[in-house]
Design a protein around this ligand. Sequence first.
Ligand code: ADP
Length: 403
Amino acid sequence: MSDATRVLVLNSGSSSVKYQLIDMADGSRPASGLVERIGESQGRIKHEPAHHAPRERYEAFPDHAAALGAVADELAADGLGLDSDRLAAIGHRAVHGGTRFTEPTLLTDEVVEALRELIPLAPLHNPANITGIEVARKLRPDLPQVAVFDTAFHATMPESAARYAIDRATADAYQVRRYGFHGTSHQYVSRRTAQLLGRSPEAVNVIVLHLGNGASASAVAGGRCVDTSMGLTPLEGLVMGTRSGDLDPAILLHLHRVGGMSVDEIDTLLNRRSGLLGLCGDNDMREIGRRTGEGDAEAKLAFDVYIHRLRKYVGAYYAVLGRVDAIVFTAGVGENSAEVREAAVTGLEALGIELDPVRNAVRGSAPRLISADSSRVAVAVVPTDEELEIAQQTFAVVRRTAG
Ligand code: ADP
């Protein structure tokens, strides 16, 4: 077996790059870090090697090339440089694969060109992704690099779940359909939940609730996604930190016609000034919990709207799946907020869902069950690990192409 067992996972956002080096031989993580405020007058790089003290520097990173150059330098300083012969591949998180990319894909010039054609589907995310990919390919042109798409896991959704009920020709002309996001998280967490239950993924039906700043739910039947709450863009579905989630689509028309708002203003309103933030001025669930505890009515309403939507999706996906083996909470809110978990599933005993309040209150970083032993449906907390999932999928592609 070759010594090249490490995968560098890169997540290039519009103003940040997150990275993690993962060794597939033993699951160790020799280094991870983050560059932020790319393009601003002062940026920051935080580098955390496993065997040395973390390092932090403030300086300007004018573009992604400068940011990735700094990442390469930090890694090299720990003997983990991009030229290391232990590096097997770079795995890139890619937000939108459209209908064309439904599998992790080895990057070639042609694939990068096809990604460029998908920019209109995710104008906020895809350009930064592509820049990150291009810079990394320049740094190591000979190294296999793989794109792992946030949409891919949802490609198994049946047409009945993926289609919007609008004129078919119009939908097809503009690629308007439900793609879903957070796919690597839903995939990882649903599989890990099956493991926690001691069953194979093919044997279980799971509702995954990924509750972070962005939030989405999915219905996973036997390891395959059959429905998810995000749609053409990550705006649909659950109430999020700053995004509205589901709306009457005519609200947009109303805001434009009656409120005189422009398309860009409505975009900003729904993506950045809505959700929990719009309802109460805070998008952090910790702060909302604190305010609610002090009797703040606005914070309480924001929490209640968030929970109401979440419970609607639990019920909807219960019906979509017919039989549910587990409901699993993940991401920042799902992993940490016992209050949200309790509120999301309380009173659903008739559906076979019984939470154990003591187990729910215990904090921890390991996957764990929080349902009562008598609960027909297991309720679980499974910390997500999108980087590991990307590394595994990347490594599998490299192995396949090498073999
Ligand atoms: P992202 O979508 O940015 O990856 P995360 O999954 O990291 O987000 O989740 C971030 C959110 O998690 C924060 O906005 C905060 O509301 C929530 N969060 C983190 N820790 C806690 C906690 N202890 N209790 C409640 N919410 C928490």
